[in-house]
Design a protein around this ligand. Structure first.
Ligand code: NAD
Ligand code: UD1
Length: 348
């Protein structure tokens, strides 16, 4: 089955692409490479060749805002008698702070880009979509673990764009019965890397997120981790999050694709997390205990836009998709560090 991965060269897309190719899916990666490196494609191919796996992978450099370019990808596939059956839509911008500084750019890529994609899919009779949403749409939540039907109050432009796309997808689904099959995945905190150390997270510049920051401090690329506040209303005063191993997350996408294949004409919103919450201090201490690498840190004031606690209720993913994560914090620390040691400067 041929699947199009917009943003398939990015952090989550590349791990999902590798797993899909290993499982025999025919994959097209469509990416502008705005926030990724073409070297990730070489790494995916290197891994598959090293395992003597036959695979079908095409990479197309393109922007989701370029309708003609997108349309050509679908038309070419039809002409090859191998039409795209489903799309996993990863492409987008994801920095909360950048979205505050430049909201129009976020609305343009995340919302207008998605509208383009949906129009091109309709034109080419492809109506199966898995969309990358985010736990950010919930905003601050009093009740954890968070269920999919909890209220959504995103607190930044990035979160607003994700919730808007969810609304567009719901409108689209309701507009024509028996046409669209849509799965919206709300990721909690994806971390770590493929155990081979060949692909992983490669943030540009100083990382925004905790995990890549910790692995970069561990190998000495950055001196000190700033812990954003020890005065949160949590068990040790630092923020609590639900971290999920990137391979478990990638598996969740395959489960969602398979679900759409056997359950047509659905619109489902599904949390993907681990249902475990760890505080920043717990992560620092566990990382040291598990890997032997000490993480220097200092406590600084809270980061604007942060929340105290976020943990997923993943019972829906378990029930609907038959999916639950199998990797624990030890795997996350070891695989993340392995990637960082083997690639101290990312894909450079
Ligand atoms: P990423 O930045 O690594 O990957 C996104 C990919 O999209 C990149 O390869 C980038 O080059 C590409 N891209 C950006 N704009 C594009 C455009 N206009 N046209 C074509 N390609 C474009 O991010 P990621 O962490 O892999 O995230 C993937 C998706 O998941 C994003 O939509 C993100 O908002 C969402 N998400 C990520 C996280 C996370 O923690 N990483 C959490 C929740 C949701
Ligand atoms: C952040 C984004 C969120 C996005 C998610 C995954 C913000 C406000 N939120 O969420 O929208 O979906 O990333 O991309 O940017 N921390 C430190 N020091 C650091 C980095 C983080 O103490 O250098 C703390 C944070 O305060 C938080 C925890 O570590 O308590 C996790 O932070 P992070 O990895 O950035 O994820 P989120 O805050 O959940």
């Amino acid at each position: 089955m041929r699947v199009l991965l917009t943003g398939g060269a990015g952090y989550i897309g590349s791990h999902t692409a590798l797993l899909l190719l290993q499982r025999g899916f025919d994959v097209i990666i469509y990416d502008s490479f705005l926030n990724s490196s073409s070297k990730v494609i070489n790494s995916i191919e290197f891994y598959l060749n090293s395992k003597q796996i036959n695979y079908k992978l095409k990479t197309i450099v393109g922007d989701i805002r370029n309708k003609d370019c997108l349309d050509k990808v679908f038309k070419d596939s039809i002409n090859e008698a191998n039409p795209i059956k489903s799309v996993i839509h990863f492409a987008g911008l994801k920095s909360v702070s950048q979205s505050v500084d430049n909201p129009l750019q976020y609305w343009d890529v995340n919302v207008c880009g998605t509208k383009n994609l949906l129009e091109v899919m309709s034109l080419n009779n492809c109506f199966s979509l898995v969309f990358s949403s985010s736990a950010t749409v919930y905003g601050p939540s009093e009740l954890v673990p968070i269920k999919e039907n909890s209220s959504c109050r995103p607190e930044n432009p990035y979160g607003n764009t994700k919730l808007t796309v969810e609304t567009i997808l719901n409108d689209l689904f309701l507009s024509k019965s028996n046409v669209w099959s849509i799965s919206i995945l709300r990721y909690f905190n994806p971390v770590s890397a493929h155990p081979s150390g060949l692909i992983g997270e490669d943030p540009r510049g100083i990382p925004d997120n905790l995990f890549p920051y910790i692995t970069q401090v561990a190998i000495g690329r950055i001196n000190t981790l700033n812990v954003y506040g020890d005065d949160w209303n949590t068990r040790d005063g630092s923020g609590i999050r639900d971290y999920i191993h990137i391979i478990d997350l990638a598996e969740g996408h395959i489960a969602a694709l398979n679900y759409l294949k056997s359950n047509k004409f659905t619109y489902e919103i599904i949390n993907l997390g681990s249902n475990n919450g760890y505080s920043v201090f717990e992560i620092i201490n566990e990382f040291h205990r598990i890997t032997g690498y000490k993480v220097n840190y200092k406590v600084v004031k809270r980061r604007s836009g942060d929340i105290s606690i976020s943990i997923a209720d993943i019972s829906k993913a378990n029930k609907l998709l038959g999916w639950s994560p199998t990797r624990n914090l030890k795997d996350m620390c070891l695989d993340g560090l392995n990637w960082q040691i083997k690639n101290p400067n990312g894909y450079c």
